[in-house]
Design a protein around this ligand. Structure first.
Ligand code: AMP
Length: 434
């Protein structure tokens, strides 16, 4: 066994698997940038108090945070989620609203690792801050929906709920609390004790004891105030008008405390229940104010890359073979000159994917490397070609040309010939900005 192993709950993502990550991030970027969202990248660690402020009563903050004191004596946490950081940036910079941004990167939670549950996991995240318009909820939800569709996922269900707001939630919370209190003895051990802290959390508890009790619990949806009801109705109409199907799930609450009104989750039907949440989010109209900014509404969601990849595997889409970059050309030079250096550089400058062998290996070894590389073509320079300033082109996937499947062209024509064979148009002049 090697001396060093990766930490529990982390993954090494290598090629060609990593190209699926690349493809996923690229599709997310295309989907959300088409709707005017711009990329924000922030620190992976923050003042621990930032997360404590937003999620004091949650397991994510109470039990799962990687927090420590740095060398300067500051209490730091590796971020367990992104929304709090983005809202911190909003409060600090006060950009014009609606501020529409997206982000990508790792988050850290001290979880019990299992399939689809890691201690370092990657999220794609989108946030829109500064508008309470329900049409924005529809925009955000539909972007998630469109993203899954763009990946080729078909078995995704959208769950939808409303958590009410400061006007109607307190009364509902009390109603729920007293209902649960009547059933306290039937709840799971933890919630028997923690019932009064945040009864809404119990709706989210996966323990069968709590699930049985909450099945008949009062629903926030039956106790929305008029503005929350109007908001919810408008969101539903918007989703209907886009043809996006959803299921109402009155027990859908989110892991952090700051959510109001619209709450949603995307579930992959092809995965087991333990890991089938492939994304979720909602409105957090109280969060900016809680962080010291002016009252400002906001909404967003995060999707887990590892989970989505599990869903893609289960549905047989986004295979690495379909998205991994393929080499166009492999340069083989056994003449000993600089041809491999110059040809490879010219090919790459012309926008082609080119690689070569190193270490002055034998012609046989280099040709084997060319075959293994997956490239369509090989450019070969042996002593004869070097002497006549020519290059042999070989089709590595069979087909075209001569007995050995190769023909020669002048070195000057090599790149153009490669392009022709690959069916690519001549490269335009490079776009250099001064
Ligand atoms: P959350 O921030 O808890 O709402 O999670 C949003 C999404 O991130 C979930 O729907 C999952 O897809 C993903 N996710 C959350 N926690 C983990 C984890 N420990 N490992 C992998 N993915 C996760």
């Amino acid at each position: 066994m090697p001396e060093f192993q990766r930490p529990t709950g982390t993954q090494d993502i290598l090629p060609p698997e990593s190209s699926r990550w690349d493809a996923m991030v690229a599709r997310f970027a295309v989907t959300v940038e088409a709707a005017g969202y711009g990329l924000v990248l922030g620190p992976l660690f923050e003042d621990v108090a930032l997360f404590q402020r937003v999620g004091e009563s949650t397991d994510v903050v109470r039990k799962q945070m990687y927090d420590f004191e740095d060398k300067g004596g500051r209490r730091i946490a590796l971020r367990p989620e992104v929304t709090a950081s983005i809202v911190r940036v909003y409060v600090d910079k006060r950009p014009t609203t609606p501020w529409k941004v997206w982000s990508v990167g790792p988050n850290f939670r001290y979880e019990s690792p299992q399939a689809g549950r890691y201690r370092q996991f990657y999220q794609l995240d989108i946030e829109a801050i500064g508008s309470a318009d329900p049409d924005l909820d529809v925009e955000i939800i539909s972007l998630g929906w469109n993203f899954y569709a763009a990946l080729g996922l078909r078995q995704v269900t959208l769950l939808l709920n409303s958590l009410g707001d400061g006007a109607c939630r307190p009364a509902y919370r009390e109603l729920l609390r007293s209902y649960l209190d009547e059933h306290r003895g039937e709840l799971c051990d933890e919630h028997k004790v923690r019932l009064d802290e945040n009864p809404l959390r119990i709706l989210d508890c996966k323990d069968p004891a709590c699930v049985a009790v909450t099945a008949n619990a009062p629903r926030q949806l039956d106790h929305l105030c008029e503005p929350c009801q109007a908001h919810f109705d408008r969101v539903r109409r918007g989703l209907d008008s886009l043809g996006i199907p959803y299921q109402i799930d009155s027990r859908l609450v989110r892991g952090l405390d700051y959510y109001t009104r619209t709450t949603f989750e995307y579930v992959a039907l092809a995965l087991d229940a333990a890991q089938n949440a492939i994304g979720g989010g909602g409105r957090y109209d109280g969060l900016v104010e809680e962080m010291g900014g002016p009252p400002t509404p906001g909404i967003g969601f995060a999707v887990g890359i590892e989970r989505i990849l599990l869903a893609c595997d289960a549905e047989g889409v986004l295979a690495s073979a379909d998205v991994a970059p393929v080499l166009d050309v492999f340069v083989v030079d056994f003449a000993g000159g600089e041809s491999a250096v110059t040809l490879t550089a010219e090919l790459r400058a012309a926008g082609l994917r080119a690689d070569r062998a190193f270490d002055g290996r034998s012609p046989r070894a280099q040709l084997k490397a060319a075959d293994r590389s997956g490239a369509r073509l090989a450019l070969i320079v042996g002593p004869d070609e070097a002497a006549s300033d020519r290059v042999a082109i070989k089709d590595l996937r069979g087909g075209e040309a001569g007995e050995a499947g190769q023909e020669t062209v002048t070195k000057a024509d090599a790149v153009a010939e490669v392009r022709r064979r690959l069916g690519k148009r001549p490269a335009s002049a490079p776009n250099v900005t001064k």
